[in-house]
Design a protein. Structure first.
Length: 267
């Protein structure tokens, strides 16, 4: 059984895609990040992707890197992330965690899986962990009933893609472009092809991330994917704001625009 599957099932019944909104834990502060994530939920975001800030990311673009640096400078720790997850999950939203693998190894894989499940988290998105090297996580996620989301990209071979999705539970993360996170002027032309390839080998929902920043773009991606994942554009609302109140207002406005987008898919 998938924990995050509830969100995808509900959206499918409504004839739309799931909206996943990403925000680093502890940005701009621990309490500020909780307020930001709750504002996103109130404005229509279905799933909150809580990112554990990390000093050496391989997938994050400059906007999320800057936000993570602010969180780390403020002293945020993995234990804080778990508290944030618990607070956001209490709203009734589904909460998934995106993390590089080093913080989980430092915390202890089994201990983290136990504490994530207890906090109400649904599972992990792990951009730098591949199934071939994930035995400890596979065992821990099975033990605590957590989902596990590995990434596929336009460059994935058919064999690699099939093997990767066989180890996913919850949903598959399809990276729309080769590169790092960040809103782009146009949505990827490679993404629909990648989603089609994934659907040839699995019935799991497919979420598309990297590059979405507007409601129109969200509607375009919602026309062919089960989930639309937005990070940098939402983070920038807070990063560029003059104060916390202005940041929350901008965040609510963009979240509502994106929520409208996934509810009016372009097919």
């Amino acid at each position: 059984m998938s924990r995050i599957g509830v969100a995808f099932d509900k959206a499918r019944a409504d004839g739309r895609a799931v909206l996943v909104g990403c925000m680093p834990a502890g940005f701009p502060t621990v309490e500020g990040s909780i307020a930001a994530m709750k504002a996103m939920v109130e404005a229509g975001v279905d799933v909150i992707e809580v990112e554990i800030p990390y000093s050496d990311p391989v997938m994050d673009g400059p906007v999320i890197q800057r936000a993570s640096d602010i969180a780390l400078a403020g002293g945020v720790r993995t234990a804080d992330t778990l508290r944030i997850i618990e607070a956001v999950a209490a709203t009734g939203a589904q909460v998934v965690t995106m993390t590089y693998w080093n913080p989980i190894e430092q915390y202890g894989v089994d201990a983290f899986a136990r504490d994530l499940a207890a906090a109400g988290g649904t599972g992990l998105i792990t951009p730098d962990l591949i199934p071939d090297e994930a035995d400890e996580w596979l065992a821990a996620s099975d033990a605590y009933g957590l989902d596990r989301t590995f990434l596929v990209s336009p460059s994935s071979t058919d064999a690699r893609l099939r093997m990767t999705v066989e180890h996913c539970r919850g949903f598959v993360y399809a990276t729309a472009v080769m590169g790092v996170t960040g809103a782009r002027a146009q949505t990827s032309q490679a993404a629909p092809i990648l989603v089609s390839r994934v659907r040839e080998v699995t019935d799991l929902p497919v979420g598309v991330g990297l590059g979405v920043g507007t409601g129109t773009q969200a509607g375009t991606v919602a026309g062919y994917a089960d989930g639309v994942i937005v990070g940098s554009a939402l983070v920038r609302c807070v990063l560029d704001a003059s104060d916390e109140s202005a940041g929350l207002a901008a965040l609510r406005t963009l979240s509502a625009e994106l929520a409208d987008g996934v509810r009016t898919p372009v097919r």
